[in-house]
Design a protein around this ligand. Sequence first.
Ligand code: SAH
Length: 340
Amino acid sequence: MKNIFGYQYEELENKLININEKKYRARQIYEWLYAHKEYDFNKMSNIGKETIQKLEMIFDIDFIKIKEKQTSKLTDKYLFELLDGNLIEAVLMKHDYGNSLCVSSQVGCNMGCSFCASGLLKTIRNLDAYEMVQQVLLAEKDLGERIDSVVIMGIGEPFNNYDNVLKFIKIINHPFGMAIGARHITVSTCGIIPKIKEFANENIQVNLAISLHAPNDELRSSIMKINEVYKINDLINTIKEYITKTNRRVTIEYVMLNNVNDGIKEAEELTELLKGMNVYVNLIPYNENNSINYKKSNPDRINAFYDYLKKAGIDVTIRKEFGGNIDAACGQLRAKEVEK
Ligand code: SAH
């Protein structure tokens, strides 16, 4: 039996047709689940008894649960327990322009970026689409407000769980469901080239962010293992193809690690690499944690790096810091809990 929250709209229609139901029921079910937040089939008052019995037989409607929550002023961090006992995280950020949720896509991560706490625990399995959908539903319920945007930047490499991530995007984007606009959804990858190429052909208007973090192969390979498989030049060319094909601006993420990748030399190299491309660079102050030895760049180094790019004509912003005091960086809360 498959969880109802893992069904894309068209898939649900087909499933209903298979059990001799009218396909318009899909719309009713989507509206109950996502607009009215009604999770009991028996209370879906425009659906007849016999149909409800069938629905109960073929769909699971169980929820993952919030195991722990940490709160600070503008950030809530959720530790979720999945139905099989595995733990994942999501982080809610209250921006002045709306609520944004950072969701996980896998249990653990195999990418092994040296600065990232998620990689401390290797991938146990991919998340199913319903487990990603429910992170949004539970955060929304707990907050009592709408989630306006979703970033797939929690634990895991989304492009190593491509099909489920795509399904998740389509479910939360659907107009009869949560209707989170494609432009309010961002997927972030460490640079799985074949999947970036595939994603370029999906014809969906979501944002793509690339975790670049270094402007040359030597430095990038020293902090991101994936660079041994997909080199920077190939990655940059793939991003260029993506931009040409989709006509969409791509975000380049650059985590600022003190005295590692944050010098003017790197700013120069980065400018050289990105000039003329329709990208914008997001400088991310490193979120320190006890198990890993990197330090956050000094503010003057971040500012100098920023100024260099800006003057060179590169679009750049410094990411506002959220949740530094509550283990909000990817994987920290889970790593702590699993240690216990
Ligand atoms: N695997 C995907 C998505 C998850 S990580 C990816 O690599 O893009 C989301 C972003 O947070 C990545 O850019 C990642 O490099 C960055 N990140 C990881 N640990 C961090 C930390 N402690 N502080 C700041 N950013 C971090």
